[in-house]
Each structure stands twice: as C-alpha cells, then as structure tokens.
Design a binder for this molecule. Structure first.
Ligand code: NZQ
Ligand code: ZN
Length: 410
C-alpha cells in the first residue's frame, strides 16, 4: 500500500516457522484513551471529568445498571462532586440512529458539556455518536455514513460494564438504521473516549450467554486483525497470546461469574484486542464483521452470536493451500492442534473453535436465531459493498462467496 522506507519485506522465519513474506504496512500507534483498570477505579471518575465542565449527559441501556447498583454508585459520585446530569436511558443493543438523535436533542436542550456512558458497547457507541452529533449540522445518518464530515465532539467518559467490543478504548461506533436495514461502523478519532473506568467486578452480573457472545466478539476482533493483508510477527504473537487468554478465561467466568481474575482477563483482552496492538503492520479490511453487521441490521441479533456462527464457515470457505499455512499456525499455537499437515491442522483448528463456542452455549446456526435465506442476496451485496470485501479483504470475497458463507451458516 505505501511506498518508501517504512515498508519492510520480511523474509525470515521466526520461531514457529511462520512464512512471513508479505508486506508489513506502515502504522501509527496511538492509544489516546486513559484506561483506569481495576477494583474501585470508579473513585477516579469525578477527578477525570472535572476539567471539562459540570453538566453531564448520563447514557445507559435497558436497566442492568439499576439492577446491579452501578447506577447508584455513579449518580452518587456525580451529585457529591457538583455535577448535574440529564439521563439518556434505554439505549438499545445495536443502538439506533433515533436514539442518537434523542441524545443530541437532550444535549442541546440542557447545554451539556460532558457525556458519560455507563454500559456495554451499544451504550458507548451511541454516546460517541451523540458526542459528535452535538456539533453536527445536518442529518445524523449522513454523519454516520461519512465519518470524515464530523469535526468535533463533546468529551466522552465511559464506565464499562461488559467485556466485548473494545469501544471503551477505540475510535469506532456502530449505529443501526432499522428503516434502511443498515448497520454502519463510524470510525473517526474524535470518537476516542477521554478516559474509561474498567472495573472487572462491574461485569460479574453479565449473563452467561452475553459473557460468551462478548468473548466471541473479542476473539473475532483479534482474528480479523490476524487474518488481514500485511504481516507483522509481533502483532500476531500478541494476538495468539490474547486468544489463549480468552479461551482460558471464558469457561472460568461461566463457571464462576464473580471470578475477578478471569473477568479481568476478558476485560483487558476486550480493550487491547481491537487496538493497534493487534493491527499494527496490517492493511486491508475485516471480513466477518461486514457479514455479521448485515445479520444484525436485518434481524437485530446479538453481534457476538453472529460472529461465532460466521467465522468458522468463513475460514472453511477461504481455506486453500496458501491460507492453510497461517490457519494451521493458529490451530497449533492457539488450539493446541498437533498435526503436521497444514490443511488438516487448519480444519481441526476451525472445528476446535466451533466446538469451543458451542460448549460455551452460543447458538451455532443462523436458523437457531430465526434467520432464513430470504435476504441473503441483498445482505451479501451490502456486505461486499460496505465492507469492500471484493477488493480489500485478506481473501477477496464476491457476492456469491458471501452468499455461500451465509448458506453454510444456516
Ligand atoms: O442494556 P442493559 O440493560 O444495560 O443490558 C445490556 C444488554 O442487554 C447487558 N449488560 C451490559 N452490561 C451488563 C449487562 N447485563 C448485566 N450486567 C452487566 N454488567 O448486555 C446486553 C448487551 O449489551 P451491549 O452493549 O449491546 O453489548 P456489547 O458490548 O456486545 O455491544 C454490542 C454493540 O457494539 C457494536 C456491535 O455491533 C453492537 O452494536 N460493536 C462496536 C464496536 C466498536 N465500538 O468498536 C466494534 C464491535 O465489533 C461491534 O460491532
Ligand atoms: Zn465486533
């Protein structure tokens, strides 16, 4: 992609005999969000927010923070420290553009200075779009479709309650427009939160299935970066380590929901799994997310469930002599497959991943979610178009490829 001194053609074999012979892309490493990680870190919230004002929009979801007490903790901190707040409640999973508009209206009516998102990825994403939508003069969906038109954002802070998306430390926001059957990633650096409170204890109440699908999302982000054009030995070894940790921690959380150490592993893997740490040196685009976002757009399903179903079928679809080398490396080092033949090892690794998701309770067929093939053609066309899958994916996919992957996933 780039020219000049920043390109390294790696022609050596590192431990593990990875055939590194692709181009390492140039990259910028930046992590502008302050992550306050660990028990009791909420006590730092007021100090972090104070320089930015006193009028706060408090965004949250459907009520889990009322049930687990996080709402009481946060609002007490706000009141005790002289903040006033307006609530944007009921932010739905797969947050909608109408809710973003509601948040922008509240901010304007109440001269909001700071946005505080308390929840999972949906709440944080919605609040990111509200933060930039506040300054946006025009139709908010246009802003989502063309992120570069958003120029400024209110300062955003988050209190993370679910390990999954990495939204607490990234520049992405994914917004749905049900009227158009669209779900669109909106990536721009003004989306980075100023700071995020990441206390693993705040995820003790996440239900088992949501814990599992959130972990599938974490793993997918890591795998999407792993299987991208461009090579970087360091990124890949970090990715393999992160994957091994998620695979170890998820069953522990399912067994004992208040296992602090295991919840901490998932939370940290959520944050760094999607960061430049795993994508440095990589180019191109993600494949499975483009396909999954169509499923969520049309059927409003849980993001991580769609990914758990699609990912193994995508890997099987693109398995060939060339891709087998990389997939076999993953199978051996992450899934502990002992098999000298690359194609066989790759297949066993894919099956191990599928078995792992199923054992963690994730439905593994689209039909389990009430999805049939009626929209496959339209969804496949949108996935290719919006995800640039035919030109920028690790293995380019045409509409008929995506359709075949959906069919196999049924
Ligand atoms: O809404 P409430 O009542 O809070 O309940 C939520 C929701 O029902 C519940 N929950 C969250 N924390 C909880 C809890 N329940 C009990 N105890 C807690 N501590 O979990 C349910 C799901 O929440 P949600 O925020 O929707 O989940 P997630 O974090 O997986 O976010 C999914 C959204 O993020 C987008 C997805 O597409 C989807 O729209 N993504 C965002 C990305 C980003 N910003 O970079 C990247 C991802 O790939 C992804 O696309
Ligand atoms: Zn995701």
């Amino acid at each position: 992609m780039q020219n000049g001194a920043g390109i390294f053609r790696l022609r050596f074999h590192c431990p593990g005999n990875l055939p590194y012979n692709e181009i390492m892309e140039n990259y910028t490493f930046e992590f502008p969000t302050k992550i306050c990680f660990g028990k009791g870190q909420i006590s730092r919230l007021a100090q972090l927010m104070k320089p930015y004002g006193i009028r706060v929009l408090l965004g949250y979801g459907g009520g889990s923070i009322h049930r687990n007490g996080i709402y009481d903790t946060v609002t007490a901190i706000l009141k005790d420290n002289g903040f006033t707040f307006t609530e944007l409640s009921g932010i739905e999973p797969n947050p909608r553009i109408e809710t973003v508009q509601r948040g922008v209206d509240l901010c304007r009516q109440n001269s909001i200075q700071i946005i505080l998102a308390v929840g999972g990825g949906s709440t944080i994403d919605c609040c990111k779009a509200v933060a930039s939508g506040y300054y946006y003069d025009g139709n908010l969906w246009d802003m989502v479709m063309k992120p570069e038109t958003a120029k400024q954002a209110l300062p955003l802070f988050t209190v993370l309650t679910l390990a999954a998306t990495g939204s607490e430390g990234d520049n992405g926001a994914v917004i749905s427009n049900p009227a158009l059957n669209m779900k669109k990633g909106f990536h721009i650096d003004i989306n980075y939160p100023k700071a995020s409170i990441c206390d693993p204890a705040y995820t003790f109440t996440v239900p088992a299935l949501q814990t599992a699908t959130g972990s599938a999302d974490i793993m997918s982000h890591i795998l999407e970066n792993y299987f991208r054009p461009g090579e970087d030995a360091v990124s890949d070894e970090i990715s393999e380590g992160l994957l091994r940790n998620v695979i170890r921690a998820l069953p522990a959380c399912l067994k004992k929901p208040d296992d602090y150490d295991a919840r901490a592993v998932l939370m940290w893997c959520s944050t760094i799994g999607i960061s430049t740490l795993t994508s440095a040196g990589k180019g191109g685009r993600w494949s499975c997310h483009a396909m999954e976002h169509e499923l969520s757009a049309f059927y409003d399903i849980t993001h991580g469930t769609g990914l758990a179903i699609i990912t193994p079928h995508w890997m099987e679809h693109i398995l060939n002599a060339k891709t087998a080398v990389k997939m076999a490396g993953l199978a051996r080092r992450v899934w502990k497959i002992e098999e000298p033949d690359d194609q066989k090892a790759a297949k066993k690794g894919i099956q191990a991943m599928r078995d792992f998701f199923a054992a963690c309770g994730i439905p593994m067929h689209l039909r389990d979610l009430g999805i049939d093939r009626i929209h496959f053609e339209e969804m496949a066309a949108d996935a290719v178009r919006l995800g640039h899958l035919d030109t920028e994916a690790w293995v380019p996919l045409k509409v008929e490829d995506v359709r075949a992957i959906y069919e196999a996933s049924l």
